[in-house]
Design a protein around this ligand. Sequence first.
Ligand code: NAD
Ligand code: TYD
Length: 370
Amino acid sequence: MHTILITGGAGFIGQNLVHAWRAARPQDRLVVVDAVTYAANLRSLEPLIAGRDITFVKGDINDAVLLRGLFEEHRFTRVAHLAAESHVDRSIDDPEAFLQTNVLGTFTLLKAALDHWRATGTLERCRFLHVSTDEVYGSLGSDDPAFTENSPYRPNSPYAASKASSDHLVRSFVATYGMPALITNCSNNYGPYQHPEKLIPLMIIHALEGKPLPIYGDGSNVRDWLHVSAHCDALINVIERGRIGETYNIGGGNERNNRDVVGLICDALDRAFAADAKLAARFPACTAASGKSCRALISFVSDRPGHDHRYAINASKLEGELGCRSDVGFDDGIGRTVHWYLDHEEWWRDITSGAYKAWIDKNYGFRIAV
Ligand code: NAD
Ligand code: TYD
């Protein structure tokens, strides 16, 4: 049995990891630390917190005193570090919080874990998993081979640079202090509980509300889409069986350009409306409610500065060493995700009705149609 600290457990991947961990390892004790920023949502964790199935602490990973107290109280043997500022467009608009949380916060957490594990003589029995992104490797050309764990670091956005810095800190703690840490670099996730600021939920929700679907540039940018359930399976495997000091790339094997992703979402929504007459009454502004494809809402807008052209992951190390492979096909995963958002309207309405509106005005107000 282990006691696990999950940072950022109220975010998109964090919530999914909490549920996946409880299903896979019900004997383990989970403690979530999360600052509950705009990106957090506690709704799916509330029953677990109320039932004392997990412990939830609202707190900042920059708070060294809080972290020291938590390590002393719970004596964690595993840390899964997911807390971060995670949205590229926000990092372009205002990078400071990214440096504070992603770089300094990671440092503070690493130090708290190392100090505690050294003081208690448990370093050899413990493991620290740092969850990072493929964006640290920069951008690929259309014909370049996919990123491997040996690809050079070439971050292009403040977000990617802050995650690259945190990866380097983790690596240095392994080499210098013998920190029992592992790093994962994964591709774009999608699935339940993703914040509506990210491409896939944004497009689903805009289509339901009959708003334009804003594709940056010409929509030829490619991402390798990884369903969050496959990602969480891989994370549990890496923290348990990965080799200390190693990096593992995690990908979905689903490279798609943004035009195709948005087209698939529109097709899935069109099919859902055709199959269920009640949807037209719930979402009357959606073009599909009047029998017209959601594709009519697609709008090409000015590009993101420094927009990486392509990410692709070579996940053969993860598969070869740990036998993990994503088995979620993209068409199936998108269909399920569209239905999840249709079934969880209250969840996303809560988010989109608040301060999020101001972000939408800020990020899309200045973009002109191209
Ligand atoms: P998210 O933005 O949905 O959630 C991040 C969580 O961290 C939120 O709950 C937020 O409240 C919390 N947080 C932020 N600052 C904090 C602080 N200072 N102290 C404590 N908690 C804080 O992000 P996500 O999509 O779930 O991503 C999780 C991790 O996975 C991140 O490290 C991200 O860089 C990485 N990642 C995500 C993706 C993706 O596609 N979502 C891809 C690659 C890597
Ligand atoms: P995003 O979900 O922000 O993830 P990331 O930037 O980390 O890859 O964006 C995914 C892709 O979708 C990226 O190429 C930018 C593009 N995009 C749009 O075209 N329009 C949008 O409104 C958003 C949010 C993203």
